[in-house]
Design a protein around this ligand. Structure first.
Ligand SMILES: [Zn+2]
Length: 378
């Protein structure tokens, strides 16, 4: 049954074209760092595709990952900046075992859900407003990066710099396996290394002269295990320990422990970050050095934007709801910079970063209509 809403019904008619364009995009494989040439074919596709809508596109050359692309459409004050990443977690050649295909109302392929499908949704949301003569009198921006899956270390500053010029950011990352879900919070992340400095000595002739940094790492591990249990909105997970050489008869001078820390709220992130940086040695004679930082701040969706999405969702046949999520996105950076951000506006589906990754085809028109209406209303 076709919707009587003109944006929804226009987009329902565009689903075959959406799938065609998505297929082209998915078939340009684009891992984050493995193959710059392949990734640049993909960024060129975005340049051409959004250039076709009238965007003035600009390439931001990168040395090791695919080039980022930025574009502006229209005139007037800067309204919405669409943010998306075109890199995927899949190496070149994955298409052989995981080809793009449409089956049982779902589309499959590397990156369909995370997040090539969402970027193509942004394209069709803008196209719908153009075709129906509903474009807002503001400049619309797009920023597509090629290194998000590895932490956006070469793009987050650029994204924030652009985002600050706009009223709001729409992150076209996927929602979840639900027609109306958006992502209203994302955990922040920090990586820390504790380096224990002790005293080296021969492990056979005079072990009593050593101050073992390995033992200190062990003490810290047990301490962290206990602290992790006591913390409510934070998880501390040791991910690597290093120290000593198995072939030598030597108690080393240093040893280190790295941990991945996830923060659910901004307040606890600041507090626990300080506490981690101030950790002290637990054993006598050890100097403990702590290195680390919050790599990704906590993301909180803008409440006004979210409320607007709830209201506009009704006219698209969507019951919009917010879902908190552990994983981060570039929305963490823009939200932390104080730019109103709405995330998870992309496709719905399941199994991102997994060979069974898919999107729901019958959700595309309504979710894209929501994006179009939000764009129009701001
Ligand atoms: Zn993603």
């Amino acid at each position: 049954m076709m919707s009587d809403d003109k944006i929804v019904s226009y987009l329902e008619g565009q689903v075959p074209a959406y799938l065609q364009l998505l297929q082209k995009f998915v078939e340009l494989e684009s891992p984050s760092f493995e193959h710059k040439e392949a990734s640049d074919k993909c960024s060129r596709f975005l340049e051409e595709t959004f250039g076709g809508l009238g965007f003035r596109m600009q390439r931001l050359p990168q040395e090791s990952c695919g080039d980022h692309v930025y574009g502006e459409l229209g005139e007037g004050p800067k309204g919405i900046l669409f943010v998306g990443h075109y890199d995927t977690v899949y190496p070149v050649g994955t298409l052989k075992t995981m080809p793009f295909k449409v089956e049982d109302g779902k589309a499959f392929g590397p990156g369909v859900l995370d997040m090539k499908g969402g970027i193509i949704m942004a394209y069709f949301a803008i196209k719908a407003l153009q075709e129906l003569n509903l474009m807002p009198g503001k400049t619309i921006g797009v920023f597509f990066n090629g290194d998000e899956e590895t932490g956006s270390f070469h793009s987050s500053d650029l994204i924030v710099e652009k985002a600050r010029q706009y009223e709001a950011v729409f992150v076209m990352e996927p929602g979840v396996n639900d027609l109306g879900a958006l992502k209203t919070s994302r955990s922040g992340r920090g990586t820390y290394t504790l380096i224990a400095h002790g005293k080296a000595a021969h492990s056979g002739s005079n072990p009593h002269l050593a101050i073992s940094p390995l033992m200190e790492v062990a003490r810290q591990l047990l301490f962290l295990e206990q602290w992790d249990k006591e913390l409510e909105d934070v998880t501390l997970a040791p991910t690597a320990i290093r120290g000593g050489e198995p072939e030598t008869c030597m108690i080393p001078e240093t040893a280190q422990l790295t941990m991945d820390v996830r923060y659910k709220t901004r307040e606890t992130s600041q507090q626990v970050h300080q506490q981690i940086m101030a950790l002290k040695a637990l054993g006598p004679g050890i100097q403990l050095e702590v290195q680390g930082k919050i790599d990704k701040p906590v993301m909180v969706a803008d409440p006004k934007l979210f409320q607007k999405a709830v209201e506009l969702g009704k006219s698209c046949g969507l019951e919009v709801k917010g879902v908190p999520i552990g994983g981060g996105s570039d929305g963490n950076f823009t939200s932390d910079a104080g730019v109103p951000t709405l995330d998870g506006l992309g496709t719905s589906g399941e199994f991102l970063h997994n060979p069974n990754e898919y999107i729901h085809i019958d959700h595309i028109a309504r979710r894209t209509a929501l994006v179009a209406k939000l764009l129009q209303s701001l």
